[in-house]
Design a protein around this ligand. Structure first.
Ligand code: HEC
Ligand code: HEC
Length: 350
């Protein structure tokens, strides 16, 4: 369903671009909504980021406010947005780092963590732009939110009037509110973060695993960059030698360039140990299997990322059994208990 909607959305954008001859990017950019539109006094919210994190992009026209974040959170947990009884939280569970221990349409659900640093979204990178842009897709295309329904809710009409200054709620305000909430979903207190701040030690094995991860030995850090654990870019890691399933073609399905075959957006690794299925089609079910793939299973396809076939990697990473366990032990230090139990991300009382 998600895929077919995506394709339809793609066609609609192409059609709009041809008919109106306008830039595609413009088409999906919501109009400016500023607090000046309303007489209601909003409370500015400061997003506190750890010093060891890269700068976060926040659009000028959607600066964080306590009230808008709270509204986004209400929407996230409310099935009013969908037409089939589901809420965002039906597939994105906080206890699992905002993913689920299952698959949807043969795809693992991507987590919601540190999304504000992303510019490309979805496994195949089919959505790009800001959080506002991807949230617009979620309400307008994926959920196809019934605006009549949400506008018939007195509660929401009142809140949107106060916080966004609108008499009639559109997909744009919904997207902006969802973006406000998801922008605050920052994981910054895993064991690894505490180690980085000097507040906690890693075990010997975890530390050895970290060294493999962040050195030429494992080379993981080139794509799973420090702290955010993803570079947000599209890569072919040599998972497949032939692309039997349509979905295995990845970014190619978006660009139609053969050089993009098998490319996927690097997933973040925070709370990775809480996931049950790994890779875009969930082909692996343990971190040990993932590590073994990087160690010995990489297919040397023509457009593989050069990192995967660097000199010295002719026969894979050559990690021994202990080193593989150490790498897994390090991946587990990326679990953030504070994040998955933080009540400011949990279901609000409506
Ligand atoms: C039926 C289950 C389901 C529901 C309900 C759902 N999602 Fe998702 N979500 C997914 C799946 C599956 C993916 C991965 C899809 C893909 O890559 O094509 C995903 C991916 C995403 C992503 C991309 C994350 C990334 O790292 O690129 C965002 C953002 C997102 N969802 C937001 C939402 C929001 C907001 C809602 C509610 C409006 C929502 N989702 C409801 C299943 C769901
Ligand atoms: C060239 C970039 C690149 C390098 C280097 C790399 N990865 Fe990945 N990683 C990716 C991409 C892209 C995916 C998703 C591939 C897919 O779904 O088909 C991924 C997926 C994963 C996943 C699965 C995450 C999930 O939620 O499904 C784990 C775990 C992982 N990588 C760990 C590692 C480790 C450990 C290393 C080092 C041994 C490493 N990666 C090196 C790009 C890279």
């Amino acid at each position: 369903m998600r895929t077919s909607r995506k394709i339809l959305h793609g066609l609609a954008v192409v059609a709009t671009c041809i008919v109106l001859a306008v830039s595609c990017k413009k088409e999906s950019t919501p109009p400016t909504v500023t607090p000046q539109d309303t007489t209601y006094k909003l409370t500015p919210y400061e997003i506190v980021m750890p010093a060891h994190f890269p700068e976060m992009y926040i659009p000028e026209d959607n600066k964080p406010y306590v009230e808008r974040i709270e509204l986004g959170r209400m929407l996230y947990y409310d099935n009013i947005l969908s037409n089939d009884g589901r809420a965002c939280a039906s597939c994105h569970f906080q206890s699992h780092g905002f993913t689920i221990p299952g698959m949807v349409n043969d795809m693992p659900v991507l987590s919601h963590v540190n999304l504000a640093w992303h510019g490309k979204f979805m496994w195949d990178g089919s959505k790009s732009g800001t959080l506002e842009d991807v949230m617009l897709f979620e309400t307008q295309e994926f959920f196809a939110t019934n605006l009549e329904k949400i506008n018939s809710s007195e509660k929401y009409r009142k809140l949107f009037k106060q916080y966004f200054g609108v008499d009639y709620i559109t997909h744009h305000e919904i997207a902006y509110a969802l973006a406000q909430f998801t922008r605050t979903m920052i994981s910054k207190d895993s064991k690894y973060d505490r180690y980085m701040k000097g507040a906690e030690r890693l075990t010997y094995n975890e530390e050895m695993g970290m060294r493999i991860f962040f050195s030429e030995k494992g080379d993981c850090f080139h794509c799973h960059t420090a702290m955010i654990t993803t570079d947000g870019q599209m890569h072919n890691t040599g998972l497949d030698s032939v692309y039997t399933k349509e979905m295995d073609k990845g970014y190619y399905n978006v660009t139609k360039n053969t050089s993009d075959l098998g490319k996927f957006r690097t997933p973040n690794l925070r709370n990775v140990a809480l996931r049950k299925f790994y890779m875009h089609d969930g082909r692996f079910t343990t971190l040990e299997e993932v590590v073994e793939f990087y160690n010995s299973g990489v297919n040397r396809v023509s457009n593989i990322d050069p990192i995967m076939t660097k000199e010295g990697k002719e026969n894979g990473l050559n990690l021994n059994a202990v080193e593989k366990q150490q790498l897994v032990a390090f991946l587990k230090t990326l679990t953030d208990e504070t994040f998955i139990t933080d009540t400011s991300f949990s279901k609000p009382s409506f």
